[in-house]
Design a protein around this ligand. Sequence first.
Ligand code: GLA
Length: 388
Amino acid sequence: MLTAMKKQFEKQFDAQPEVAAFAPGRINLIGEHTDYNGGYVFPAAIELGTYGLARKRDDRTIRFYSLNFEEAGVISFSLDDLDYDKADSWANYPKGMVKFLIEAGYNIENGFDVIVEGNIPNGASLSSSASIEMLTGWLMKSLFNLDVERLELIQLGRKVENHFIGVNSGIMDQFIVGMGQKDQAILLDTSSLEYHYVPTEFGDYTISIMNTNKRRELAESKYNERLEECQKALALLQQELDVEALGHIDEATFEAHAHLIDDPVLLKRARHAVTENARVKAAYDALEHSDFKRFGQLLNESHASLKDDYEVTGVELDTLAESAQQVDGVLGARMTGAGFAGCAIALVHQSKIKALEEEVTRNYTEKIGYAPSFYHVNIGDGVKSIEL
Ligand code: GLA
């Protein structure tokens, strides 16, 4: 991949790259739509990701080229105009990152050229956007010797989503892309940002990623709508409860105060946030005790809650996860990421991977009309420099 990228770099920019970096994508084991509710998440970085090469220029021009969007050509703008521009298409993600690094006081004194290429399926809920944000942050850090910590890059990446792109997402994706480590998931408390690494050791079982191959549409507006619903539900609970976030409420306290939420839709949304948070803690506990069966059950319960209470699945993700749940040797399956389309994960016995793929493909294709895809990828490192 790098050799071809270097050739392209020379071809597009007539120069040699100076630095190279890789930023992964991610899966989330469990803890969905809990991060903007101050709850727990349990993600892991994957070995699929985005590669980037960069060099400094003498002037103030910035140029981006993606081997995934060759039709977009070289996207060029000036260091002196870093406002969002629809015409810059995918390059708005790196543009926002550069803008916010500069606003945070980091000295990016020259323009630069960047080539990127990724192998994360686009729009598949595996965080290709956090990957490009963190990749850009890391390339800038290397190229301009910025003394910026991972955590700050993570926070700036989230700021790009929230204030440049316009998705009010939580911190999970940038956090795991920034902090991931090989063969480790991270249990993260999104309120305190306390976290610790947990080995992704599933004995004879492994995680399969299953892609609906349905492109997400309108996902951003639905996502923001869920956030607002949670905020409304929280405000109603705060009439009697002294809490800052849905993620700080245990299930018993929630049920005892559920009458305060007089809107049935808001009640369901809040119930998901509260029960999902409890499931993350239970799943962590199950994994610590190598109780994979329990872990799998929690995956199934998570999917059901995302389907019935949070309503972010849709027929494609439901067919995928529910078909997988029926396969002999599968302990559990659920959608991962924002939902609406994209991917699901399954915890499957290593000897049953083929059966899973065959049975799910048959069911899914029959019902949906096209086939899903499957990936077996290792849990890998967070954003890092790589040798040129
Ligand atoms: C997207 C967001 C995350 C998180 C998930 C749902 O991936 O970027 O912050 O909210 O959806 O868990």
